[in-house]
Design a protein around this ligand. Structure first.
Ligand code: F6R
Length: 352
């Protein structure tokens, strides 16, 4: 059942701290600063191609960034576009990110990769799923069953599992910081669930014409995901962009009736550039909602702030996403939408 929550989606958003603890359990040694993902640790890929759809594709974008940061060439492909990818070479690994393990486009891309001689790995929530059975390897995200059509806790668990995969198969300078940020993640998500001002933001902007989401680096996939969740359950127009792309076209759509959600973490060059983009939309009178750890001065240009604790930018992605899940959820609830079963959508898409 829904354990007292009005919708499975809200229940599953609230299950995230537990899901993340399960994902991390037995896989991190904080004292040693190491990750143990069993045999997968020996994969040492020379390159990684990710294939996925929808929300899982946004997780794949995060995963590809993780590997590139570790010096391993990596790219994320929409599974339905994988036919146009250059074939994997050498000791490449093709990773299918699929919550259900049954998405037809993703299965078909993984099969194509196998035919091309690549090793394949399924990052999935479902033990015994087709992806888990057909791939050479599987990494389970351990989120527990997800009933709501909109993917919520499984996305958080995918991001976390992909961090474990990257840490376990490659070397990054800041492994210790990432591991400690991952350890803090369940507690940090709980803080957001307890304190988020997302409902107030939803109430203020439920009548908006459209919603825009911007972010850079690890926050770009979060911006894309924020928009997908919003359109999927509210039936309202929403778009996510890399913050830098706003001025190359989408800015023409920005008005006082289009709230812009800007994810800004840290206080570095990237943050400063995104704040520059925030100023551009503020000058067009768009309401600005900053999702921020408070390190930069983005709050000066924002109408509302959704706060996240200070942490590693990789973990900040999960935290920012938690606020955005709640904004979409409350907006959909105010509009009376069928949140757990949005029109025209199915939980797993088994046709190409
Ligand atoms: C959106 C959503 C979908 C799925 C996509 C892939 O909330 O749930 O976009 O992410 O259909 O599904 P899986 O991960 O099962 O392959």
């Amino acid at each position: 059942g829904k354990s007292g929550y009005e919708h499975f989606m809200l229940k599953e958003i609230h299950e995230q701290p537990r899901a993340l603890r399960q994902c991390l359990r037995g896989r991190v040694d904080e004292l040693a600063g190491t990750v143990d993902i069993g045999d997968l640790g020996d994969l040492s890929p020379t390159g990684v191609q990710f294939v996925a759809c929808g929300t899982s594709y946004h997780a794949a974008l995060h995963g590809a960034q993780l590997f590139r940061e570790a010096g391993i060439p990596a790219q994320a492909f929409l599974a339905s576009e994988y036919a146009t990818a250059t074939p994997p070479i050498g000791d490449a690994l093709v990773v299918g990110v699929t919550q259900s393990g049954e998405t037809a486009d993703t299965l078909s891309a993984l099969r194509a990769a196998r035919r091309r001689g690549a090793r394949t790995l399924a990052v999935t929530n479902v033990v015994g799923s087709t992806a888990a059975r057909e791939c050479d390897h599987a990494l389970y995200i351990r989120a527990g069953p997800e009933i709501g059509v909109a993917a919520t806790k499984t996305f958080a668990s995918q991001l976390t599992a992909l961090n474990l995969l990257a840490l376990g198969t490659s070397t990054t300078g800041d492994a210790r910081q990432v591991i400690s940020a991952l350890r803090d993640l369940p507690g940090h998500v709980q803080e957001i669930l307890d304190e988020s001002a997302a409902q107030e933001v939803a109430e203020l902007y439920q009548a908006a014409n459209a919603y825009f989401f911007i972010g850079r680096g690890y926050q770009e996939p979060v911006a894309l995901e924020g928009a997908l969740k919003m359109k999927e359950i509210t039936y309202k127009h929403a778009e996510g962009f890399a913050a830098g792309e706003l001025k190359h076209g989408p800015l023409a759509l920005v008005t006082e009736n289009t709230p812009v959600f800007a994810i800004v973490t840290g206080d570095d060059e990237r943050a400063r550039k995104t704040i520059g983009n925030v100023k551009e939309v503020e000058a067009r009178d768009a309401p600005v909602v900053a999702i921020t750890d408070g390190q930069s001065d983005v709050e000066r240009y924002a109408d509302h702030v959704l706060e996240i604790p200070e942490t590693h930018p990789r973990a900040a992605a999960v935290l920012a996403n938690t606020h955005l899940q709640l904004v979409s959820y409350h907006t959909a609830a105010l509009l009376g939408r069928n949140i757990d079963k949005p029109r025209n959508l199915a939980k797993s898409v088994t046709v190409e």
